[in-house]
Design a protein around this ligand. Sequence first.
Ligand SMILES: Cc1ncc(COP(=O)(O)O)c(C=O)c1O
Length: 425
Amino acid sequence: MAFSLSKPITISLSPNTFGPDVLRAWVSLFKFWKWKDTRVASQLERRFGAYHGDSQAVSFDSGRSSWQAILLALGVSSGDEVLLQAYTCVVVANPILWAGATPVYVDIDTGTYNMDLIDLERKITRRSKVLLIQHTFGLMADMNEVIKIACRHGLTVVEDCAHALGAERLNGKGTWQKAGTFGDAAFFSFGRDKVISSVYGGMALTGDPRLAARLQTYQSSLSLPSRRWIVQQLLHPILFSLIVPLYFTGSLGKLLLVACQKIGLLSKAVYPCEKQGKQHASMPRRYPDALASLASAQFAHLDRFNERRSQIALLYRREFVSLWPESLPSEVEGTRSAHLRFTMQTSDPQMILASARKQHMLLGDWYQQPLAPGGVGYGAVGYAPGSCPVAEVAAMRTINLPTYPRLSDRDVQKVIDFMKKEFKP
Ligand SMILES: Cc1ncc(COP(=O)(O)O)c(C=O)c1O
């Protein structure tokens, strides 16, 4: 029999938002004269750089814009190839196309959901210029091996840390090193369901002063987002504080969500044109203080957030490891994951997601396509179906369990009880 939960568990509906974040969004909304300042964004850049061992951080309106900035700063252009993994979001492939370069998709390793380094070596050509390494769901790729391969082939390494802020890996010297500091550059996302969140926002990071200077020059050439766009993002935590509690009250919350998106009060994480390889007119832009103030407050809690995510992931692993060892993500020695989501493999993801919904739980579906979300034009973004078979099979078998820090122990137990009842490997 279905049980009902007082507070819905929702992996994607603004999961990072605590009460004070909603209040902060209200305050920011009223302080309209400060929206387009960049003082808080600059402070965040300095703190972010220091957190990453004195690297230089340059902020943008999103992770995808930060990636676009890095490609431009590296001089990537027509004729170049950029290697990236399948089992990612389409917004990662797009900036490569906009730079005039060719995305070359590499298959993944099933256990870690990170790039398969054997397939990588097969796909490197004389035109390969940049290697983008994604730390999927916060588990760091084998950067020691990646750097060796990149050196052999003269590739520039960029780390996609959209899921991995605060993750670490033991380096060749046996010391812990943060995601984003192994390669030549990295980018991070402060998107609505990332490790920390300001609905939209991102950071480019590099230890190379010349690259940093080019990123800063590019940043200064951009304008700030429109006031309308800023309001739309600030309304996100505010409206979701109403939508989430109502989500399973009949269809009230869901109707409210759809209505707010339809009339443009809420933005979407991926714009429809981006699914066809096109750039949305609102990007790229500088990162306004209106949003930087939200990310800045969350950044202060980053280590505590990641500790809580690790605890939750450990609870899932302990409960499930003897039941379904083949369905769990790999544990990799010498890594400290950011555990953005706990991903499992099942023969029937749709059934699990649907029965979870009946029990007032929204589990995750990242990534149910080799290039997510649904509706991506593979031709438009240069993906040949069949070229990354492991990623394609993994995508058909994926569900994610929530690890967001707002989950209580009771919530986690509810997820575990549900899985024990409904999960099929
Ligand atoms: C792996 C990965 N990289 C990069 C991005 C882009 O980040 P943003 O949404 O901030 O542009 C995403 C977005 O979902 C992502 O999943």
